[in-house]
Design a protein around this ligand. Structure first.
Ligand SMILES: Cc1cc2nc3c(=O)[nH]c(=O)nc-3n(C[C@H](O)[C@H](O)[C@H](O)COP(=O)(O)O)c2cc1C
Length: 187
C-alpha cells in the first residue's frame, strides 16, 4: 500500500524548468507516497498562473499553491513538512536564502526551514557560469552548506554553462526525487 505520511514542501523559483514541476516533480512525488505542498516565488507564480499550471497543481495536490503570504487572521494553508525542496532555485533565490531574506512567501518558508533545522532542506540551483563567478556565490553556497542544507551542485547535477549557451539542459528530476527518498525514506 502506498505510504502517504511524508509531506514535501516544493518551492519553485523563476528558472527554466519550473514550467515542468507538475509533470516531473509533483506527479512522481505523489506516486512515491509524498503529500506535496507547493509554494512559488512571485515571478514563478505569475508564470504558472498564466499557463494554468497553478490551478492544475492545486487540484492534483489538494492543497493551495502558495504565492502570496496569508492574511494574519488566516491559518497556514499547508500542513507540517517532513522535507523541503527548492527546485529549480535561481541564483537570486539561492542568494536571498543564504542571507536569510524572507521577502516572499517562498523565501519565508525556505528561510525558516533552514533556521529551524527540523527537516532536511534540499536546494537544486540552476545557475550559469556567470552566476558561479560572481564573488558572492562562493560565500552564499558555503553558508548554506554550513547550515546543513543539501545543495545539489556540481557537474553531476547541473553543468554551469556560459549564459544562454546551456539551452536544452534538463533537471535530473528522477535523481532529485531519489535524493529526497534517501533523506526521508518511505515510512
Ligand atoms: C525564461 C527565463 C529563464 C530563466 N532561467 C533562469 C535560471 O535558470 N537561473 C537563474 O538563476 N535565473 C533565471 N532567470 C532569471 C530569473 O527569473 C530572475 O533572476 C528572477 O528575478 C528570479 O526571481 P525568483 O528567484 O524570485 O524566482 C530566468 C529568466 C527567464 C525569463
Amino acid at each position: 500500500m502506498i505510504d502517504t505520511t511524508r509531506t514535501l514542501a516544493l518551492i519553485g523559483s523563476a528558472a527554466g524548468g519550473v514550467e515542468h514541476i507538475r509533470a516531473e516533480l509533483v506527479e512522481p512525488a505523489l506516486s512515491r507516497g509524498w503529500r506535496v505542498a507547493v509554494t512559488l516565488t512571485p515571478t514563478a507564480g505569475a508564470w504558472l498562473a498564466a499557463s494554468g499550471e497553478l490551478d492544475r497543481i492545486a487540484e492534483l495536490t489538494g492543497l493551495p499553491c502558495r504565492v502570496a503570504s496569508r492574511m494574519p487572521s488566516e491559518p497556514s494553508p499547508h500542513p507540517p513538512i517532513d522535507c523541503y525542496l527548492v527546485c529549480p532555485a535561481t541564483a537570486n533565490t539561492v542568494s536571498k536564502l543564504a542571507l536569510g531574506l524572507g521577502d516572499s512567501q517562498a523565501l519565508t518558508t525556505a528561510v525558516e526551514a533552514v533556521g529551524a533545522g527540523t527537516a532536511p532542506v534540499v536546494v537544486f540551483p540552476t545557475v550559469n557560469a556567470a552566476h558561479h563567478r560572481h564573488p558572492a556565490w562562493k560565500w552564499h553556497t558555503s553558508a548554506l552548506q554550513d547550515a546543513g542544507v543539501h545543495l545539489l551542485t556540481g557537474e553531476r547535477w547541473w553543468a554551469a554553462h556560459e549564459p544562454r549557451s546551456g539551452l536544452g539542459q534538463q533537471i535530473p528530476w528522477r535523481r532529485v526525487l531519489d535524493e529526497l527518498d534517501r533523506l526521508v525514506p518511505p515510512r
